[in-house]
Each structure stands twice: as C-alpha cells, then as structure tokens.
Design a binder for this molecule. Structure first.
Ligand code: FES
Length: 198
C-alpha cells in the first residue's frame, strides 16, 4: 500500500495492493473532490466536508482533519459479513474502552460507524502513532495469519486491526482506532469534525 499527499488539496490518495499468489493487484482510489476550509480554519481544527460519491466498494479515501489522516472506507458486503465472526479474536469487540475518546455513541455497534457501508476512522495506530497499512485482501500473506479476513497491519510493531478498526488481541496497540466525530450532510457528503447535523 502506498499513499501520496497532494499538498494543494491536502487529500491523500491511497493505492491498496492485493497480495495474491500471482502478485499484487493494485486498485487506485479515485481522486475525490473535497471542499476544504481555509488554512487558518484548518489549523484551528475546523470540520472538513468530503464528497464520498466516487468511492467504490473496497476502496479507501484519506483526508486530513486536525493534521491527522482520516480514512473513509467503503466496505463490501463480504467484508461486513466477516466482522461479527471476528469478535472472539479482538481485544475490544464492542468498543467499550475509552468510548468518549475513541468511539462516539453512534459508532458503538458491530461495524463502528453510522452507516455499515462506510467506515470513518483516524488512521493512526493506538500504540505509538504509526499509520497502519491497508491489508484489505483476505487470505494468507506475509506478517498475517492464514485466516486473515482483511483489515490493517501496523508495520511498526505488528498490531493488526479488522475492517472496523478494531484491534486484535495480544498486540502492542491497546485500543481500537479512533472514530472521529462525523455526520452525513447527504447521501454523498460527509462532514468530519462535527456530529450534530445528522
Ligand atoms: S505503532 Fe502500531 S504497532 Fe507500534
């Protein structure tokens, strides 16, 4: 997985690579237009509006909010179906730890989001702050268990997270990835940094 930052728009473009037996299959995430506040407002932590219409199932868009990468991932039906099966392997499957800090009330559910299809999380590992890599492709691959169902791998010290940003047991990262305040302004527009408008 690689990520590039377009400094002009402060939007990361993620390229997720599948690690299949015959080599990687890369799928470029389309560049999604965003409405951005001024630099001064951004520094103060202004909310960020994002157009999510172009994100296809299985793709991820990264935007910046408060200087942090926020991932918006459109999960496939197959990825959603795996989530409940993983509960016994997770450190905090019900998102009960530090709920005020990590999981807003509307995301304290099995998929950790307002809409099951879209996951919105801060892409910073809760161990020492590295940014985990996309490992969306299920199946055996380097540094992951053979029954891997898709998720994220933090390359720093090996913490793994599922497609809801929930950390697996017995990993250095103590907690799930943070779900930032967010709300839907419409079916295709998301605001990150506010959650009163939904
Ligand atoms: S920073 Fe992610 S495992 Fe250490």
């Amino acid at each position: 997985m690689s990520e590039q930052v377009d400094q002009g728009r402060r939007t990361w473009v993620a390229i997720a690579c599948g690690a299949g037996a015959v080599g990687g299959v890369a799928a470029a995430v389309p560049f999604v237009s965003t409405f951005q506040p001024s630099e001064r407002a951004r520094a103060a932590g202004a909310a960020v509006e994002v157009d999510i219409a172009a994100i296809k199932p299985g793709e991820k868009l990264t935007v910046e909010w408060r200087g942090k990468p926020v991932w918006i991932i459109r999960r496939t039906p197959e990825q959603l179906a795996e989530l409940p099966k993983l509960d016994p392997e997770l450190a905090d499957p019900k998102s009960l730890r530090k709920p005020d800090e990590l999981t807003p009330e509307y995301a304290r559910n099995g998929w950790r989001s307002r809409k099951p299809e879209f996951l919105v999380v801060v892409g910073i590992c809760t161990h020492l702050g590295c940014s985990p890599s996309d490992k969306f492709t299920a199946g055996p691959q380097a540094s992951l268990p053979n029954d891997w169902a898709g998720g994220f791998l933090c390359p720093c010290h090996g913490s793994t997270f599922d497609m809801a940003g929930r950390v697996f047991k017995n990993k250095p990262a103590p907690d799930n990835l943070e779900v930032p305040p967010h709300a839907y302004l419409s079916d295709t527009r998301l605001i990150i940094g506010e959650d009163k408008k939904a």
